[in-house]
Write a protein that binds this ligand. Structure first.
Ligand code: NAD
Ligand code: UDX
Length: 477
């Protein structure tokens, strides 16, 4: 098999950027060029302010950039030079047409693939890094072969990425496994061996597993579906806890000690967010339906439905606790990112909650340590001809710190589990003094010591724990 000397990554996003920066860092002898059509994003990668926040990423990029790591808008140049090309473009849920709301939009994957076929003047190993429906590699192969110049060969591999945002660098440095799918042919196995050598720069061989293309593609959807299913399961149980007096943290601890279950991904929350879980499950639902497996589709769909229910349920708890009306009340939102240690807001539960609160005519003040202000306005408006930002600003403001967000508020709603919000970090006495009374905290992430903050005077309502405050009408919930 060939030894890879030059890699191109198409797509400088949350996956392409960190993944290929780490590949460059761990393989100083390989030249890595990350290309993207988005010139602003590439400019940011080449600046001191990287386009994404990820602990440890700055150090990796700064020690390799300009040496063996390059960011460029020259997609053709990157393709021409590379032995191996990662396709790491976005695969969002389709919003129109066949499969709208479920199927993945493979338009970006296809156009990147066509570009490779058009530009390449030598053999290439093409690696599907984006998360795609099962059998996409097959389509990519058809496109490449149908458009290839004579005597040029393409080998297709699937190499799904398992990093999670907020911990991307440590996930990449110490992966549980690296998965490579290939055709079961001599050429396929040889291409897989070339890619395995790249990862062997820092990952032990027994953690690099190979299998057939379709298993590899499906494993990625399966892993995300299983992870999200655990969260929806624990969130479903959190509703039972709230109604009975059980405590979800205790239930999850007790269950997690069973070595067959394990403790991870059992943290109840206001709902899971992020660009992957919902999209990938809907993708699996669509795949199941296309394969005429309606029971399988319904099973996975319920994971997403439970997540929607959790957000609605939590909102209802806020409304009923605040005496059944939010009209003209001020709600402080602590955290807008979909999880801590990232500035990413894609599918963040905070967006849904803010929209619900707006419908109830509340005033909302948002604080997040990493989310850009412009991003909040984009998330709270529908893309369209009319810019709705000014209308949204009548009800929503962005605070420079948590104290400003909470000043004069009736309630704090914790949407993201940033360490910054813990009672050991924030001065909740100061916050309490500045709020309307009774002052409520709704902890959607189980990060506060409820006893301590209630001693200050707060009425604390925690997800997965029974209600502690007055409720006017049970019917409302
Ligand atoms: P992203 O939107 O952050 O980045 C994708 C980039 O690709 C964008 O910058 C876009 O401009 C660029 N692009 C699109 N078409 C292009 C083309 N034809 N030529 C050049 N550039 C092009 O997306 P992401 O979060 O990095 O996700 C990428 C893929 O990885 C998705 O399939 C996603 O499901 C998967 N994934 C994401 C994560 C995650 O945590 N975000 C984890 C694992 C897998
Ligand atoms: C996920 C997968 O974990 C990762 O392997 C895949 O490559 C991409 O999708 P990501 O979405 O970045 O990663 O973050 P993750 O840590 O999985 O969290 C997703 C959402 O679930 C977040 O909103 C998080 O707050 C929530 N979550 C996670 C819970 O509510 N409870 C938990 O126990 C764990």
């Amino acid at each position: 098999h060939i030894t890879i000397k030059s890699i191109c990554c198409i797509g400088a996003g949350y996956v392409g950027g960190p993944t290929c920066a780490v590949i460059a860092y761990k393989n100083p002898h390989i030249k890595v060029t990350i290309v993207d059509l988005n010139a602003a994003r590439i400019a940011a990668w080449n600046s001191d302010e990287l386009p994404i926040y990820e602990p440890g990423l700055d150090d990796v990029v700064k020690s390799t950039r300009g040496k063996n790591l390059f960011f460029s808008t020259d997609v053709d140049g990157g393709i021409l030079e590379a032995d191996l090309i990662f396709v790491s473009v976005n695969t969002p849920t389709k919003i129109k047409g066949v499969g709208a709301g479920f199927a993945a939009d493979l338009g970006y994957v296809e156009s990147a693939t066509r570009k490779i076929a058009e530009v390449a003047k030598s053999d290439k190993i093409v690696v599907e890094k984006s998360t795609v429906p099962c059998r996409t590699a097959q389509s990519m192969r058809y496109i490449l072969e149908a458009n290839a110049k004579p005597d040029i060969h393409f080998d297709i591999l699937s190499n799904p990425e398992f990093l999670a945002e907020g911990t991307a660098i440590s996930d990449l440095f110490y992966p549980d496994r690296v998965l490579i799918g290939s055709l079961d042919t001599e050429r396929g196995r040889s291409a897989a061996a070339s890619l395995a050598d790249v990862y062997a720069g820092w990952v032990t061989r027994d953690q690099i597993i190979t299998m057939n293309l379709w298993s590899s593609e499906l494993s990625k959807l399966a892993a995300n579906a299983l992870l999200a299913q655990r969260i929806s399961s624990i969130n479903a149980l959190s509703a039972i806890c709230e109604a009975t007096g059980a405590d979800i943290d205790e239930v999850s601890y007790a269950c997690g000690l069973d070595s067959r279950i394990g403790p991870k991904f059992l943290k109840a929350s206001v709902g899971f967010g992020g660009s992957c879980f919902q999209k990938d499950i809907l993708n699996l639902v669509y795949l199941s339906e296309s394969l005429h497996l309606p029971e399988v589709a319904a099973y996975w769909k319920q994971v997403v439905e439970m997540n929607e229910y959790q957000k609605r349920r939590f909102t209802n708890r806020v409304i009923s606790s605040l005496f059944n009306t939010l009209t003209a009340k001020k709600i402080a939102i602590f955290g807008f990112a979909f999880k801590k240690d990232t500035g990413d807001t894609r599918e963040s539960p905070a967006i849904t909650l803010v929209n619900y609160f707006r419908e109830e005519k509340a005033y909302i003040s948002i604080y997040d340590p990493k989310v850009e202000e412009s991003q909040v306005w984009m998330d709270l408006t529908e893309p369209g001809v009319v810019d709705e930002t000014e209308a949204v600003k009548k009800q929503v403001s962005i605070a420079a710190d948590p104290y400003e967000a909470a000043a004069g508020a009736d309630a704090i709603v914790i949407c993201t589990e940033w360490n910054d919000f813990k009672e050991t970090v924030l001065d909740y006495e100061k916050i309490y003094a500045s709020m309307k009374k009774p002052a409520f905290i709704f902890d959607g992430r189980l990060i506060l010591d409820a006893k301590k903050v209630s001693q200050i005077g707060f009425k604390v309502e925690t997800i997965g724990r029974p209600r502690t405050t007055f409720v006017q009408s049970k019917d409302f919930e």
